[in-house]
Ligand binder design. Sequence first.
Ligand code: IMP
Length: 437
Amino acid sequence: MSTRNVTVIGLQWGDEGKGKVVDAVARSCRYVVRYCGGANAGHSVNVGGQKYALHLIPSGILNANTRNVIGNGVVFDPPEALHEIDDLLGRGVKIGPENLFISGAAHVVMPWHKLGDKLIEQSLTSGKKIGTTARGIGPCYADKATRSTAIRVCDLLDEAVLKEKVQSICAARNATFAALYAAEPMDAQAIFAEYLAYGRRLAPMVCDAGTMLRAACKAGERICFEGGQGSMLDIDHGTFPFVTSSSVTACGVPGGAGISPKEIGYVVGVVKCYTSRVGTGPFPTEQDNETGQFLRTRGHEFGTTTGRPRRCGWFDAVAVRYAAELSGVDELGMMLLLDGEGQLETLRICTGYKYGGRSITEFDPTLPLERVECVYEDLPAWQEKIADVKRYEDLPAAARRYVERVEQLIGRPIGLLSVGLRREQTILHNSKLDKLG
Ligand code: IMP
């Protein structure tokens, strides 16, 4: 088992603040690797007073010595990646074949995936809509599973292969979309030319990422695996069908990066001190009221990718404990510890559900979550300002009590606490992160 590598994943419904944890971990890592999802992710990192919103590029890109890898498990969107690369280059961030590596085996999000994502969503009735990010994620993974209609990054580098694939797949999609949704046809020739040009520009960064990462493991170089979304959005273990289309937990790392399961290393599970969810689907602790509005305003809860207001609610210890156990989480990072000033008087933690006369303390992804009733424990909130607190001992007693109760309920220590957006607004408390191999 690797004791050097670190996997950082979200334990809720995404947007937990993983980017900040990855940024902290990445400084001691040679590699940062994305292994799931695609441009649906939105990782915010604040460095030197500047905010960077990353979607496809791994969060290690802001560290000069880190190699950033987009693994085979990612669905890669070339125009989106190039837009992000150009934006970062324009802001003085160094990006090139020496620090960005794209797996040739990653699948490519094509225009018909994005169009299909929108058309399918529009055609669903309100209770059935997934509320996707419209980035073509689900349709691209669907083609990966179909195989005969998939295009991989390596195909972008072979003109003849790309031409044949784009022509045949585009023709089939045009026929389906016209028949089902009366959609205008897409221009296969224009798409081929556009994606061939993307391939030419990206070619120096395309590589056999799995072999590179396995060699790095052998050489004892430290790798950080950067999760996307959150465990409750996992295709297998989340609140299906209101999930994303990839394996986002630590269980997805080996398959999505091409490394042995023994190399996952130390697992950090990131949570917010409350819960947010964007898109549709059940959310037992949701507060569709003034409390939810307060949390949304306090936490600036608007999507990094879509700008949509996020739904907000109390911390759900049942869901988080399930997610922590699923991924073998070693330590928690708690983000957005609420600043006390002008705060609520009480914070609630959901410790169980009631359903059909039963008390439930173990999360079951097949439960009709929209019908469970939450059992809450109330804890006093703190009213002091904490944005400048540097040491755990200096947090208000009520904040420490809240943190320690979460540790107890989840059965894992909270090693890292965030009290603000900036890098330096992070409190390390009994964290093992700086003591790894
Ligand atoms: P998709 O991944 O775009 O197909 O969206 C499926 C569901 O996952 C929707 O509810 C999205 O809002 C949600 N989702 C996808 N990516 C993220 C993310 O990075 N943060 C939070 N929610 C996400």
